[in-house]
Ligand binder design. Structure first.
Ligand code: GLC
Length: 450
């Protein structure tokens, strides 16, 4: 009691760290910008959303058939890792356990785990080794929700959610969340002890009770502070997301996680910009969804990545492998096409961030900036005409080139005649571009600044 009262008053039990130390701990992540999310579990078999158990209100018995049939015979995590690397991704986060409660790893604390399915192997272990071998940083997603554990109380998001307080009381009789809280800690301890250095942990998620009747779960239900304290003890350099419901606790999270939408500007907390990572799907669902057809096209995905970096953030892009253990052909196609762009243009992504305010983005373009090299990147989303004006850039640019082929872009001279409608102002720079768009989905101009 006393301890948690102190914690609430700001005497957090979490290790203290200066802002500079935090920046340093997160440096690789801030630099790398682009990662792969992987949602893979029993829900790959029904293939109609990772929330299928909840959406169709299935009981454990009804869901059991997916456990009995789980046999991803084509699983080759080396192939996955290679695809991620070739797409330009530098880190990856996989679901060790999602809301359904199934564990993709060999846990001492449950039978509901991959080693007891027909495949009979610790697939998470293989994954971790394969991704590391390919040079990627590795992270685990661990669901705080659990729709299988007998002591996890039924709440409003549970497959068996009730419609009255009475009913909840009846359903939850005999359940002991203390046991479940211990289970979370035991499993997270396993994940952070038995698999070597883990770079990221994604603990997902909280939905606090807003009114005393709406049956949510928040930091008290997870014992979030003690859980996080354990995480930091086991892996002092790990990077942690913000879904433990500890937003107002010092050290309670490392980065914020806007999901499936674009932020309008760099997110702030109390007026200060915070590290952020947007997580996004190729199509609507996180788990493999056979009949979901709303796939984003490659240009949309590239713009998503560029725009994210232009506002100082990271992109975690999700793949939902099939029940056979392979990526959907559309995911492969998008990854390859993004990789083709990244191969020639990644200098405008890695190590880059929002441009200094003195540089206004020209029409139909997005800017990123590398503070180390002092280079500015103009991403041409809609290819312009030959004369391209950089308003207010005069005196600031030493050299201009296309990034994909390193070819010089010449500066234009001011022209004061009728054909040049917008005469160059004294403060502007004009670039002379080729009339035909280069053979690149989104061409990038690299400006070497003075
Ligand atoms: C939400 C969903 C979940 C998904 C996650 C990704 O929390 O519940 O299915 O894993 O978002 O951020």
């Amino acid at each position: 009691m006393l301890l948690s009262a102190f914690a609430l008053n700001g005497f957090s039990q979490l290790p203290e760290e200066t802002p500079e130390q935090k920046t340093e701990r997160m440096e690789w992540w801030t630099n790398d910008r682009f990662g792969m999310f992987i949602h893979w579990g029993l829900y790959a078999s029904p293939a109609r959303h990772e929330w299928v158990k909840r959406y169709e209100r299935m009981t454990n018995e009804e869901y059991e058939k997916y456990f009995e049939i789980f046999y991803p015979d084509l699983y080759n995590p080396h192939e996955w890792a290679k695809k991620a690397r070739e797409a330009g991704m530098k880190y990856a986060v996989i679901t060790a356990k999602h809301h359904e409660g199934f564990c993709l790893f060999d846990s001492e604390y449950t039978d509901y785990k991959v080693t007891n399915t027909p495949i009979g192997r610790d697939l998470l272990k293989e994954w971790t080794e394969a991704f590391r071998a390919e040079g990627l940083k590795v992270g685990f997603y661990y669901s705080l929700l659990d729709w299988h554990h007998p002591h996890y109380t039924i709440d409003r998001n549970h497959p068996l959610s009730a419609s009255s307080d009475e009913e909840y009381k009846k359903l939850n009789k005999g359940k002991d969340m203390d046991i479940y809280r211990r289970y979370i800690k035991d499993q997270v301890r396993e994940l952070l002890s038995n698999y070597g250095k883990i770079d990221i942990i994604w603990l997902d998620y909280s939905f606090p009770t807003r009114k005393n009747y709406d049956h949510g779960k928040g930091n008290n239900d997870w014992d979030s502070e003690n859980l996080l304290k354990m995480v930091r003890e086991l892996q002092p350099n790990i990077i942690v997301n913000d879904r433990l419901d500890l937003l107002d606790v010092d050290g309670g999270w490392d980065f914020t996680t806007p999901e499936q939408y674009k932020v309008s500007k760099w997110p702030e907390k109390n007026g200060i910009r915070v590290p952020w990572e947007t997580c996004q799907t190729f199509s609507g669902s996180w788990g493999y969804y056979r009949d979901e057809m709303t796939w984003k096209d490659t240009k949309q995905l590239l713009v998503l990545l560029i725009e994210t970096v232009s506002k100082g953030g990271n992109l975690l892009l999700n793949v939902g492998p099939t029940a056979r253990g392979i990526f959907d052909y559309r995911a492969n196609e998008k990854l390859e096409e993004m990789g083709e762009w990244m191969k020639y243009n990644n200098r405008s992504i890695y190590g880059c961030t929002e441009a200094p305010t003195e540089f206004a983005p020209p029409d139909h373009s997005l800017l990123t900036y590398n503070p180390e090299t002092n280079r500015l990147y103009v991403h041409l989303l809609d290819y312009p005409m030959k004369w391209f004006t950089l308003k207010g850039y005069e005196g600031k640019v030493k050299y201009a080139q296309f990034l994909h082929d390193g070819s010089e872009i010449k500066f234009g001279k001011p022209r004061h005649n009728v054909t040049h409608q917008e005469a160059k102002g004294k403060e502007d720079v004009i670039l002379i571009l080729p009339m035909v768009k280069p053979n690149v989905e989104v061409p990038v101009i690299e400006l070497i600044l003075n």
